[in-house]
Design a protein around this ligand. Structure first.
Ligand code: UDX
Length: 438
């Protein structure tokens, strides 16, 4: 089958390469010329394990090509996946849908009856219905469907090739048949397929992310209670998660969620629910958001206390800038938010991250950066472990102790071997866990 993927950001490029790998002939389109020429040379726009290999393989096969010519893309195939961004509108909780609308408007004049636009971007419920209305005037006979993606950064290639489910919101049997053909190899492998209406499909995505965000904030709220009660949130999470009705995943306490999805999606959902007159049904998401942000302030407070009540004149080393490991994404990164707050209060902050430094520099130029862990920790009064990259677990705490001014570490992600660090002379603090007598 021939198809296009419009928008070659994180979701689009993974989706396009996965479709080409399934055997389809795919044209990726984007208005960013630099990005398109890099992609044509097999260079992905983001760091993602396995993506470069997948891209190079599919480009070399000739099944994946790229263009900046929207009219050419529109004529290339009868199916068009829309994978452009829907960021949070500045100063508002709502999603900015201008890119999605622009793509639909650019495609419309070239579409033939029976052609199908398939949205993958995360959008407020009702968006497909509104776009369908628009298409009725601009491209009569063309259809619109919604097919949300659920891929996680760091696992995007794997999630895309072996999804846990495929959800399609369609308006007709014809549109369903088209999407079944697109995903036929996966369906043969038994991936669950949910056919529904576009409104439900759009909601499945935000409901899933809201649930997961709630789970994370729930366990972080428990960490706060544990701190007050002298209990241990890690054991609590393990024991609570052992109930199969609850499950252990997304029950890791720490610095909370960040990234390009959860924060924006729950806020967009609250805004849309308000518009629909059911704001109170999801008002709890405000609490989820607040608990999440509070983990950042709590970490700053803990750090401030550990350096004697004020950051002025102190050196703070930060391990991790990405919003999570195996990602170079710093969008709404809890690690960067904490680093910036501490810098703002007068500390000299040196940040290490194996992949995200370029992005971090762009967003937070006031911080210092290094690719060398010992250098980040040189003369540090405090080390903050904020993004749990596996390489930090391999640090020899005895060697690192020789670099710092005071061997004090906050393990905000509960990923370091606390006993080993303490044996090496460190005072280790982990929110939600009792502090041993020193
Ligand atoms: C998420 C969803 O998982 C994915 O299905 C959706 O398509 C996009 O949003 P992603 O943002 O890539 O994916 O990251 P994810 O691995 O889900 O983690 C989100 C955030 O939650 C990270 O900041 C992570 O550190 C944090 N997290 C996750 C926790 O704090 N505790 C957990 O137990 C799990």
């Amino acid at each position: 089958m021939r198809m296009t993927v419009i928008g070659t950001g994180y979701v689009g490029v993974v989706h396009a390469a996965t479709l080409a790998d399934l055997g389809h002939e795919v044209l990726g389109a984007d208005i960013d010329e630099e990005r398109i020429s890099a992609l044509a040379a097999g260079i992905p726009p983001v760091y993602e394990p396995g993506l470069r290999e997948l891209l190079q393989r599919t480009v070399a096969s000739g099944r994946l090509r790229f263009t900046t010519d929207m009219a050419r893309a529109a004529r290339f195939a009868p199916v068009h996946f829309v994978c452009v961004g829907t960021p949070q509108l500045p100063g508002s909780k709502s999603a900015d849908l201008r890119s999605v609308e622009a793509v639909v408007d650019a495609l419309a004049p070239h579409l033939a009856p029976g052609d199908l636009i398939v949205g993958k971007s995360t959008v407020p419920v009702g968006t497909a219905a509104r776009l369908a209305e628009r298409l009725r005037r601009t491209a009569p006979g063309a259809g619109i469907a919604w097919n949300p993606e659920f891929l996680r950064e760091g696992f995007a290639v794997r999630d895309s090739a072996s999804p846990e489910r495929i959800v399609v919101g369609v308006a007709s049997g014809h549109d369903e048949a088209v999407l079944r053909e697109v995903y036929a190899p996966m369906l043969r492998d038994g991936v669950p397929f949910f056919r529904t209406d576009p409104n439900t499909a759009e909601l499945v995505k935000v409901a899933s992310n809201s649930f997961l965000a709630t789970k994370i904030s729930f366990i972080n709220a428990m960490a706060e209670v544990c701190d007050a009660a002298g209990a241990d949130v890690l054991t609590l999470a393990e024991a609570v998660g052992a109930d199969p009705r609850i499950g252990p995943r997304f029950l890791q306490p720490g610095l909370g969620f960040g990234g390009s999805c959860f924060p924006k999606d729950i806020r967009g959902f609250m805004a849309r629910a308000e518009e629909l007159g059911v704001g109170s049904a999801v008002a709890f998401l405000q609490e989820v958001d607040d608990i999440n942000t509070r983990q950042r302030t709590r970490t700053v407070e803990l750090a401030r206390g550990l350096v004697g009540g004020a950051f002025d004149g102190t050196n703070v080393a930060v391990l991790g800038a990405a919003f999570k490991p195996d990602s170079d994404d710093v969008r709404d990164s809890p690690a960067l938010a904490v680093s910036r707050a501490i810098r703002h209060e007068g500390a000299r902050v040196r940040v290490h991250d194996p992949e995200a430094l370029d992005n971090a520099r762009g967003l937070a130029p006031e911080l210092q950066y290094t690719l060398d862990v010992p250098k980040a920790c040189e003369e540090a009064d405090l080390v903050l472990h904020l993004t749990p990259w596996p390489e930090y677990q391999a640090i020899d705490p005895a060697l690192l102790a020789a670099q710092v001014r005071r061997p004090t570490v906050v393990d905000a992600r509960h990923a370091l071997d606390a006993a080993m660090w303490r044996r090496a002379g460190w005072s280790l603090h982990a929110p939600g866990r009792p502090q041993p007598e020193e």
